[in-house]
Each structure stands twice: as C-alpha cells, then as structure tokens.
Design a protein around this ligand. Structure first.
Ligand code: AMP
Ligand code: MN
Ligand code: MN
Ligand code: MN
Length: 321
C-alpha cells in the first residue's frame, strides 16, 4: 500500500499549478518501502529525467542543476527544457566531470493532440542529428510567433506594453507563459504569477495560444529519427475525461511513443495505478522526473522522485548509452 504524506493547502502562490498541464497533484506520494525524507536514498529512484533550467522557464543555470543532481547521488539525469536544445552541450560536459552522474540528452517538446496541448519529453537522442536541429529551429519559430500572439491578446485584454516587451531584447529568446506572468508581475500589472495563470494564461484563457505547435505523431518521429525515446510528460495533468486520457495514451502508443511519466512527486496513488494499467495495456515503459523549475515549488526537489512500480520497465533500461 502507498501512503499520502502531506496535503498542501490550495491558496495563493503556495499552490501547485492548476491549469491544463498542472492539476490534481496536491498530495505527496511515497512508495511504501520507507519514509519519504531523504534525497538520493534507496527509497527514491536515483533518476530525474525531467527538469528545467534558465534556457527555458526554470530559474537555475545548467551548472547549478548538475551540481544538485550530483549532490543528490543521481545516476541518470536529464535537463529537459521546453522546445530548445541550448543547455545540452554544457550539461553533458559538466556531468562528465562528476563521479557517477550519467547525463541523458533531453528536451520537452510542445505538441498538440486533438487540439489539446501535450508535452513530449525526448530522451537519449542525438542533439546534432538533422531531425533534432530542424525540430529545434521549428519550435523556436513557433514559440516566438506564439509569443507575439499572446502579447497582442494580453494588450487587448487591458494590459499595456506587452508586445513591445516581447519584441525587445529584454524578453527571453524562447518566451513561455511563465515569462509573461513574471513580466506582468514585475511591471506591477498583476499581483502574482498564480493570478496571471488563473485569469489570463491558463488553459482556455486569452493567453493560451496553442495553434503553432506540431502534431504529437510528428514530434514522436523527430525523436525517433535522432535515435531517442519519447515519454508522454505528466499524463495526469491534461484536463481530459478518463475516456479521452485513455485515447491519448492509445494514440501515443500507436504513434510509437515509448513511455509514460509515472514516477513523479505528488501523484495520488489511484492516479498512479491508472497510469500503470495504461502502461501495461499498451506495452509502454515508465519514466521518472520531478519537473523541477525553481525553489518556489516547495512540494518537490530536484532528484526526488518515487520509485517506479516493479512491473513497469524503466525507460533508462532502453537507453543506448
Ligand atoms: P508554455 O510552455 O509557454 O506553454 O508554458 C507552460 C509552462 O507554464 C509549464 O511548463 C509550467 O512551467 C508553467 N505553468 C503552467 N501552469 C502554471 C500555473 N498555473 N502557474 C505557474 N506556472 C504554470
Ligand atoms: Mn515549464
Ligand atoms: Mn510540461
Ligand atoms: Mn516540464
């Protein structure tokens, strides 16, 4: 049996995200073979295959993430920034100087399935393969185009100067919705990042523009062409009915997808059970990742993910490295 160790109150900036990519995860899940209190101990996987750096919407540099992953005693580690391969070379070089850490090339590609935004974590692929390079160029263009659309929508919804900002050198090269939220807070136009998402940037709100992303099946092909594995990121967070979620996983498997991300912090046991069943039904492997962005996510830590169920093949067993 599994245990729920803690439930956080849903209030203000202390909450977990609650938009379409981020819901139903307010409890801390732990496997039952020990207390949930130490990073890198045998009670956790020594694996974290999903996190973000300053290259996308994380707040720590690649070097700090590598230091933390090494300090946590991880064996397999990947930085999976949104739609960019920018930090990969540095991460690999720094990890090579550590004792035990195997660095896995990673990315989190944005895609659509049936009009729903989905995130696909690509792992252990060749970042210099033409398919990877074309994908990165295409996603950069899509993200920049989308950013202008988001900015225009925000300006039309009562904010000011957002388009000017996003076109200026002050904006990041690959602007994401968290950057918009932080900009609105920094310019005193909204009270908090959380509020910005709840009112303007979350699923179905004015700033939720997804028309520029490629189809899920195409993204799966990019990663496979470059020799990698594809993980459906946080399958529990998409706002879907049970039937649609099963269809998403079936289509993901049919398109050649490799694994579901099921060992993640805060997933309630019944949700995990459902995902494990879907893995088994479709012959998919499992992946583990914290989706760490920054220290304000007090409910998780880099490298702290629960163990995968024993009947699920770990995706890292399929890595070529
Ligand atoms: P984008 O990649 O630009 O579509 O932005 C999605 C990112 O926004 C996710 O990867 C999360 O990091 C972040 N996010 C989503 N929902 C929220 C929320 N409610 N509050 C804060 N950040 C969020
Ligand atoms: Mn993010
Ligand atoms: Mn994601
Ligand atoms: Mn992520």
């Amino acid at each position: 049996m599994s245990r729920i160790l803690g439930v956080f109150a849903a209030a203000g900036s202390m909450t977990q995200y609650s938009d379409s990519l981020n819901s139903d995860a307010e409890a801390v899940y732990c496997p039952d073979d020990g207390p949930c209190d130490a990073v890198g101990s045998s009670r956790y996987e020594r694996v974290d295959l999903h996190c973000h750096s300053l290259c996308s919407d994380g707040s720590l540099p690649v070097s700090e993430l590598i230091n933390r992953a090494a300090a946590a005693g991880l064996k397999w580690f990947s930085i999976t920034d949104h739609d960019t391969l920018q930090g990969q070379e540095e991460a690999r070089a720094l990890a090579a100087q550590t004792d035990d850490l195997h660095y896995v090339t990673g990315v989190e590609w944005s895609a659509v399935w049936n009009g729903v935004l989905v995130h696909l974590v690509g792992l252990d692929f060749d970042p210099n393969h033409p398919a990877s390079q074309t994908a990165a160029t295409r996603q950069l263009r899509a993200r920049r185009k989308r950013a202008v659309r988001i900015a225009q929508k925000l300006d039309r919804n009562g904010f000011s100067g957002v388009e000017d900002w996003v076109r200026s050198e002050d904006a990041p090269e690959l602007p994401g919705r968290p950057h918009f939220a932080r900009h609105l807070v920094a310019t005193g136009q909204i009270g908090s990042v959380d509020q910005a998402f709840r009112r303007f940037l979350g699923a179905g709100k004015a700033g939720d523009v997804k028309s520029h992303w490629p189809e899920m099946a195409e993204v799966i092909d990019w990663v496979h062409a470059a020799g990698g594995q594809v993980v459906l990121a946080h399958p529990q967070r998409y706002k879907l009915t049970g039937r649609k979620r099963r269809q998403l996983v079936a289509d993901f498997a049919e398109a050649g997808g490799d694994a579901l991300e099921i060992a993640v912090p805060g997933m309630p046991p019944n949700t995990k059970q459902l995902l494990v069943e879907l893995c088994v039904d479709h012959g998919l492997a499992g992946s583990s990742g914290s989706d760490f962005h920054d220290d304000s996510q007090h409910w998780l830590a880099l490298g702290q993910v629960p163990a995968l169920p024993r009947n699920i093949q770990p995706i890292w067993e399929k890595f070529a490295i």
